[in-house]
Design a protein around this ligand. Structure first.
Ligand code: GDP
Length: 193
């Protein structure tokens, strides 16, 4: 997809702030520091649209990016950051449940993992949490440039097995550094819009 226009519309902390123009949405989730902002920026050709708002310690918000007046990317605050307080964690849970449970314009969720590492318990919990709401999940295994070609197949299989993924959900190998996987990511996203 050629992105001509991408703008942040709102950083929402609660449901009443979500946009109400009924455009379809694709949410993006992942552990803090996994490479989520780099993924978005690579997809939409921006250097720094998705910035520091997802960084640990910052206010946790759902960031709605309107793409080509056609759909939204909804950036979900990163999880799995050890230093987050119990209260913050609970707040995150409430916000996520409110969004994933009720948002009928949400078409699919992109879950970003680091292809180099076995998905963590937090990653598995997130995947299963999304499946609990019957959401299609597209797993993006990023930082592909950091492993050798010979390891790709087995690392991708490890990702799928560890998350215990359903057969319909794809794992797409990706690199924000080289742009590899970008076309496949877009064509998969399109299917859900
Ligand atoms: P976020 O916290 O999930 O939004 O993570 P960022 O997008 O800020 O990325 C965290 C770090 O990983 C940064 O230093 C990025 O440059 C680096 N990074 C992200 N994606 C890739 C990738 O595909 N390849 C490589 N080599 N580094 C990456």
């Amino acid at each position: 997809m050629k992105v001509n226009n991408a703008e942040i519309v709102i950083s929402a902390v609660s449901q009443k702030q979500y946009p109400n123009d009924r455009l379809p949405e694709i949410a993006l989730a992942g552990r803090s520091n996994v490479g989520k902002s780099s993924f978005i920026n690579r997809l939409i050709h921006r250097k720094n649209l998705a910035r520091t708002s997802s960084k640990p310690g910052k206010t946790q918000t759902l960031n709605f990016y309107k793409i080509n007046e056609f759909f939204y990317f909804v950036d979900v605050p990163g999880y799995g950051y050890a230093k987050v307080s119990k209260a913050e964690r609970a707040k995150w849970g409430v916000m996520m449940e409110e969004y994933f449970e009720t948002r009928d314009t949400l078409k699919a969720v992109i879950l970003i993992t680091d292809v180099r590492h076995k998905p963590t318990g937090d990653d598995s919990n997130m995947y299963q949490f999304l499946k609990h709401f019957d959401l299609p999940v597209i797993v993006i295994a990023t930082k592909l440039d950091k492993i050798t070609k010979g390891k790709r197949a087995s690392y991708l299989k490890r990702t799928r097995d560890t998350l215990d993924m359903v057969i319909e959900d794809p794992v797409i190998p990706f690199s924000s550094e080289t742009g590899e996987g970008k076309d496949e990511a877009w064509s998969t996203i399109r299917k859900y819009l």
